[in-house]
Design a protein around this ligand. Structure first.
Ligand SMILES: NC(=O)c1ccc[n+]([C@@H]2O[C@H](COP(=O)([O-])OP(=O)(O)OC[C@H]3O[C@@H](n4cnc5c(N)ncnc54)[C@H](OP(=O)(O)O)[C@@H]3O)[C@@H](O)[C@H]2O)c1
Length: 254
């Protein structure tokens, strides 16, 4: 019999937001492939049902919830059992130059990308839903955008900067319970969100950006692999850190 490796998620229940598409969906698949059980959260029930059908009802389930409203978060808290890990991959993006930004759109992006992450973790902590003193792990999907200053990205970049900064405070507060908190900061990953960004840019601008990635754009699987590492006991001495995944885009400069 093969021995369980520290990278295995066997015996771990993982809550994944953003489970209906892109990075979150791939993390759900990887959790099950790594031996764990997954509870996926999103609004599109048809996609969540398809995920459960593909992964099997014994290892996958879903909660249909809108994270941008308190009732959505309350529903998640009411329905989840004690979990061993959580990935916050839900997120939206909007492009706008500073001078056109209004309160409504600022609140819309901050709501899903930041406020709901904080409020969900607050409730999970208050209701003791994450197993304590058992190497539990929280993984927040931030973005490499928060390390740089791309024009017109303020709405998104600000929300991810808030997420990454908050992750260190949360990591510090939860460390006494051996609950770890780390972020992943990806560059461009080929998902629906990336296509939405590309649609807002000229084909020349997209091509120029693509060429600046020495290893090309990332795939959702690339991010899922890093998430599995951070959820597993293989990273049990790692907390308060950010893992940049960008195919060499921002460090390997000519
Ligand atoms: N793709 C990239 O290049 C890239 C790069 C860096 C970081 N990221 C980050 O990675 C995460 C996943 O992005 P992705 O590219 O996989 O995007 P995606 O394919 O558009 O997926 C976004 C997910 O967020 C969920 N979501 C959005 N609003 C929600 C709400 N109000 N309530 C509940 N769920 C909600 C969506 O589910 P429903 O619509 O079904 O609710 C969907 O599952 C995001 O946080 C994003 O900022 C992406």
């Amino acid at each position: 019999m093969t021995e369980k490796t520290p990278f295995s998620l066997q015996g771990k229940k993982i809550l994944v937001t953003g489970a209906s598409s892109g990075i979150g969906l791939n993390i759900c698949k990887s959790v099950v492939a790594s031996g764990g059980e997954v509870i996926g959260v999103a609004r599109r029930t048809d996609r969540l049902s398809a995920m459960v059908k593909e992964l099997g009802e014994t290892r996958a389930s879903f909660i249909n919830a809108d994270l941008s409203v308190d009732t959505g978060i309350e529903k998640i808290i009411a329905e989840i059992p004690e979990i061993n890990g959580l990935v916050y991959a839900a997120g939206i993006t909007k492009l706008s130059p500073l001078k056109f930004i209004k309160r409504q759109v600022l609140e819309e992006v901050m709501n899903v990308n930041y406020f709901s992450m904080v409020l969900l973790l607050a409730q999970i902590t208050r209701h003791k839903k994450l197993k304590r003193n058992a190497d539990s792990s929280i993984v927040l999907i931030s973005s490499v955008a928060q390390q740089i200053g791309t024009k017109s990205s303020l709405l998104y970049t600000g929300s991810k900067g808030a997420m990454s900064a908050a992750s260190r405070v949360i990591a510090n507060e939860l460390s006494s319970q051996k609950i770890r908190v780390n972020t992943i900061e990806p560059g461009m990953v080929q998902t629906a969100m990336a296509s939405e960004m590309e649609d807002m840019l000229s084909s020349e601008a997209v091509e120029k950006d693509r060429k600046q990635y020495p290893l090309g754009y990332g795939t959702p699987e690339d991010v899922a692999n890093a998430a599995i590492f951070l959820l597993s006991d293989a990273s049990k001495w790692m907390t308060g850190q950010s893992l940049t995944l960008d195919g060499g885009r921002y460090k390997l400069l000519d």
